[in-house]
Design a protein around this ligand. Structure first.
Ligand SMILES: NC(=O)c1ccc[n+]([C@@H]2O[C@H](COP(=O)([O-])OP(=O)(O)OC[C@H]3O[C@@H](n4cnc5c(N)ncnc54)[C@H](OP(=O)(O)O)[C@@H]3O)[C@@H](O)[C@H]2O)c1
Length: 269
């Protein structure tokens, strides 16, 4: 990722907890977050992969601190929460980015599947947030950012578990924001649409379909998430809390598409 074309000066020297740095949006945003002057506490799985990324992007180990943690393991998350609270110094913000989206039919999604998706996508974020709240309260600019998905609003076949977990994240965002009234901590959610990441591997036809579904006719990438995240972390967003910011290029419901509506426009002339 190129250096971002923006700079939120008040992020310099602030500390951000980021989950899920090894792939996808989290991996792609890392250089941009560091370029804002943030110190990043990265919580992800597989220390070798994390160290390799740190080396690849040339990050200073004092500014990109790594913690190996399987967010699907409640005990590991608890222990990481204690580490964050007791050993990492000030924390100003958190971006709960890590998530899983395994596809299953309703028949095949057993209790263990539901618990695992909710553990990674929701419970781990709740636990880490609870642990670092004292640090966020000490910050002059405490920020909590959850990651939702347009899948919650749209619904998506075979992603019932994922969609439900992302819906819970939205409810959590709004309610926690109100609970933290007067604390100086804002709580918001960024809800991506179809963001190009390495795992999706679409063919040309599907790629074009995604573009056709949007009002902004290009594939969105991690840079499109980075800017709103930095804005929400910065003082510039100090009046914004309990919100979900959708970054989906203006997804168009098929009935609202210009081709469909254009036909009716012609008929009504
Ligand atoms: N990409 C999109 O189009 C899109 C759309 C809507 C919402 N989102 C949301 O945006 C966020 C990032 O998505 P993405 O597309 O970048 O996903 P991704 O490519 O699958 O990356 C997810 C990250 O989370 C980590 N992670 C998953 N399970 C973990 C676990 N048990 N413990 C620790 N880390 C774990 C992964 O690490 P491992 O390598 O260890 O698995 C990886 O670093 C998610 O919250 C997702 O729901 C993405």
């Amino acid at each position: 990722m190129d250096k971002p074309a923006f700079q939120f000066l008040d992020l310099r020297g602030k500390t951000l907890l980021l989950t899920g740095m090894t792939r996808g949006i989290g991996r792609a945003m890392l250089p941009g977050l560091l370029a804002q002057g943030l110190r990043v506490l990265a919580v992800s799985r597989g220390i070798a992969a994390m160290e390799a990324i740190r080396e690849e992007i040339g990050a200073d180990p004092s500014r990109l601190i790594l913690r190996d943690c399987d967010l699907g393991d409640p005990d590991a998350v608890e222990s990481t929460g204690r580490w964050l609270l007791e050993e990492t110094g000030p924390i100003d913000g958190v971006l709960h980015n890590a998530a899983i989206d395994p596809r299953k039919t309703m028949e095949d999604g057993d209790q263990a599947h539901w618990l695992n998706v909710f553990q990674v996508n929701l419970f781990s974020a709740v636990s880490l947030t609870r642990h670092i709240l004292p640090r966020l309260r000490e910050s002059t600019q405490g920020r909590i950012i959850f990651t939702g998905s347009v899948v919650f609003e749209l619904g998506t076949a075979f992603l019932t578990t994922y969609a439900a977990s992302k819906g819970a994240v939205v409810g959590l965002t709004h309610s926690l924001a109100h609970e933290l009234k007067g604390s100086g901590i804002t709580v918001n959610c960024v809800a991506p649409g179809a963001i190009e990441v390495e795992k999706e591997n679409l063919n040309e036809e599907l790629n074009q379909k995604v573009i056709d579904w949007q009002s902004i006719p290009r594939r969105l990438n991690a840079n499109d998430i980075l800017a709103p995240v930095c804005f929400l972390l910065s003082g510039a967003s100090g009046g914004i809390t309990a919100q979900t910011l959708t970054v989906d290029g203006g997804l168009i419901h098929p009935i609202a598409d210009g081709v469909v509506q254009g036909r009716w426009l012609e008929e009504e002339k």
